[in-house]
Design a protein around this ligand. Structure first.
Ligand code: NAD
Length: 348
């Protein structure tokens, strides 16, 4: 049956297939760099955003979360899960989708897959943090946890921060092998390692992206030398952390949204008066980032709604002149707004 076009208010939808085409169309490193720029632009106008910790629904095996925010003109949310046991069942640990809407009408302007987009935005966020906090001469990354996020994390740091060497470690050597094979030909020197100690040897930046639903100590204090920047992004739920408390105590900590980091990040291990700096204030120049070459900086990244908002806003801006979306008939919009019933009856 053909549809009555009078009720249509079409919403562009970016499927997984189209998101992948879009990444190839733009180029992965350019995509990551432009997304990092958008995230930074939104962090610099942080006070304009409506902010709240994400809304989680925890189970014994994982979490399903809603992440909303608005800048007064656009509203965005992401649905995302985190299920560390999924990988062993052949499923993704993290999947997501999201929506951007006009605040003025409440009408959606974009609906998108966000499994691929979350990996891209999490990588772009680590790159923004690294750009502001790592030593300017940082060249070597230790990437610990070589799962779904790892190649994106590595290439974002290459594109945005000039990282030229990555040292890979995962408790599962098959993950390291996969990551090394995927990174081949991307213009970065890849070294596979058999222990976390080996991986961090000579590293200027360490990114931990491991998945486990408990308090892990992927890194211990004796492993961390002066001058290192750490992106700890795998600890992003209550009771799920990656670093020994002594590292967190010794490092200067930088966070996204403190109310959420307090519940989900490495910060949950620390007393309430543990000092931290909000990363947006480093970007606006209102707070200091790295102040010496010897300092240990820690980005306690848990993933905040504004990063997803930036990602959706970026995708919305780049799909316009491309074929990489389909129009979804997901909003009932009768010509006479009060005649919703009539529209339904006419369809019969
Ligand atoms: P994944 O399951 O694909 O990969 C995780 C990897 O960690 C696996 O290869 C596993 O073998 C490895 N691992 C587990 N314990 C380890 C240990 N002790 N030492 C070394 N490696 C270990 O998961 P993913 O999609 O890559 O996500 C990684 C983590 O990042 C998850 O915890 C996820 O929740 C988190 N994450 C955070 C954000 C954020 O914004 N902060 C965004 C996305 C994902």
């Amino acid at each position: 049956m053909t549809q009555d076009p009078s009720h249509l208010a079409l919403v562009p939808f970016v499927s997984v297939a189209n998101m992948m085409k879009l990444v190839h169309h733009i180029g992965l490193e350019r995509f990551l760099t432009e997304l990092a720029t958008e995230i930074e632009a939104d962090f610099k106008r942080w006070p304009q955003f409506e902010k709240a910790p994400r809304v989680p629904s925890h189970s014994d095996v994982g979490v399903i979360e809603l992440m909303p925010t608005s800048d007064g003109e656009l509203y965005g949310f992401k649905y995302v899960n985190g299920h560390p046991k999924n990988m062993k069942e052949g499923l993704q640990t993290v999947t997501g989708f999201g929506l951007l809407a006009e605040v003025n009408t409440g009408y959606p302007v974009l609906f998108s897959e966000m499994t691929v987009l979350t990996a891209l935005r999490t990588a772009a966020m680590s790159a923004v943090a690294t750009k502001h906090l790592a030593r300017k001469d940082a060249k070597t990354l230790a990437m610990i946890g070589n799962g779904a996020q790892s190649e994106f994390q590595t290439l974002a740091l290459k594109a945005v921060c000039g990282i030229d060497t990555v040292r890979l470690y995962d408790i599962d050597p098959a993950a390291t092998e996969k990551c090394a094979a995927n990174l081949a030909g991307h213009g970065i020197t890849v070294v596979t390692c058999t222990s976390p100690e080996d991986a961090i040897e000579g590293a200027d930046v360490i990114t931990t992206a491991t998945a486990d639903k408990n308090m892990q100590t992927i890194l211990t204090d004796n492993m961390i030398g002066s001058g290192v920047h750490i992106n700890a992004i795998g600890g992003d739920c209550p009771g799920k952390t990656e670093l020994h408390q002594d590292i967190v105590a010794r490092a200067d900590m930088f966070v996204e949204f403190p109310e959420q980091t307090r519940i989900e990040g490495e910060l949950q291990q620390m007393p309430l008066d543990h000092p931290f700096t909000e990363l947006w204030q480093v970007m606006t120049g209102d707070a200091a980032g790295r102040t010496s070459a010897a300092q240990i900086t820690l980005f306690d990244g848990v993933g905040f709604a504004i990063e997803d908002f930036s990602a959706l806003r970026y995708v919305h801006s780049i799909i316009r002149d491309t074929p990489f979306f389909t129009d979804l008939d997901m909003i009932a919009d009768p010509d006479d707004p009060r005649d919703l019933f009539g529209m339904v009856m006419r369809a019969g």
